[in-house]
Structures are given as structure tokens and as C-alpha cells.
Design a protein around this ligand. Sequence first.
Ligand code: TMP
Length: 213
Amino acid sequence: MSRGIFITLEGPDGAGKTTQIGFIREYFQSLGKEVIITREPGGTAISEKLREILLDKNNSEMDDVTEMLIYAAARAQLVAEVIKPALAAGKIVISDRFVDSSIAYQGYGRDLGDQVRIVNLSATAGLEPDLTLFLDIDPKKGRERIGKDVMDRLEQEKMDFHYKVYQGYKDIWENCPTRVIRIDADRPLEEVKESVLSTLDTFFGGIAGPGKN
Ligand code: TMP
């Protein structure tokens, strides 16, 4: 069976990834494709337990390397249990965050550098997205969209941290121009949606084969 398609959404907290994922799902479903949606950290029973540890505000003593490794462990389980089998079955997999989040948040935000990429080669067994949508919004504006009382351990970090993460995303975008497409997310929802869908058309417009309704 042919390999499916793997799409990831990335960007600062509050960029609107979850909303756009709903539109991407509809796009592929209208082409008669089977879509699997997942999120990181999370997406399996084990990975969701690791998510709780990672985002728990009470875990303020967590060491940066520990944090990087737990994100990678949650990812390894998700790749093995969900993403690889779905792609092997020819499905469309859409993930709310993937390795780029670790590069940006742990590599840049926590200053852990290139070890993040290396650890994640093992976590993903080298799997890379076919397309990554970088929803670009200034971290300050993204933050304004999230309620202060619902911020998790990472979201509540100081603005310095979030600007380092943001720089990480911009570098990833610059370094991987064929895989990573930047979408200006500081616009009304419908306009962002239009850009997202036209990017999908550019990348996958020809896929509506025999599965199309
Ligand atoms: P979410 O709020 O988008 O579900 O993501 C949870 C938080 O975890 C978010 O602040 C980004 C952060 N994160 C990392 O620091 N490293 C990672 O590898 C991933 C996947 C998320």
C-alpha cells in the first residue's frame, strides 16, 4: 500500500493551530481520504500521561534535559503506535506539533542546541513530515489569545523564553524552505484558512484519485 501523507502544524502558543487542523481535516475528507489527527505531547495513552508530567505547573523543578527527553519519549511512542502504522496504511496524519517544537522550545528556548535534533532522530526513527505549516504570530500576540488562568508550565514561561522559541521557528523555516511553509497567523481566521487551504492545493492538489467521492 502506498505511504500516506504526514503534515505537522507548528508555531508559538496561541497561533490557532487547533482551529486550522479542523479545516485541514475537512479538506482531505472531501477528497475521500482517511484522516488521523494527533497532538504532541500526547496522542497515545502513554504519551498523554507524559504530557501531564510535562505541562504540570507543580513540576517547576524539572531539569531541561529531563524535559527534552520526556518530550522525545512521548514522541517515540506516538510515532511507533500511531503515526507509522497510519502512514503505512496510506492515511493522512495531521499532528499538532512534532520535532520542530522540540528544536524551538528545548533547542532554542532552553538553549540545549543540537543535541535536541540528535535525540529526536532516535525518537522518530528518522521520520519527517511531508509538509509543516508554521503559523507565524508574534509570541506576545499569541499569548494574549490564551487565558492567563489556563496557561500550562511552558506557556507561563517569561517572554524572553518565548522570543527565543520564536527565533527557533524562524530559523527552522529558513533552513527547510521546501518542507516548512510560513502562514501569517496574525489575520482573521478566514484569511488564515484560505492560505492554509491554498498551500494544501499546491502540495497535494493532485491526490484526489480513486478515493474521491
Ligand atoms: P500545546 O499547548 O500546543 O498542546 O503544547 C504544549 C506545550 O508544550 C506548548 O507550550 C509547547 C510545548 N512543547 C515543547 O516545549 N516541546 C515539544 O517538543 C512539544 C511537542 C511541545
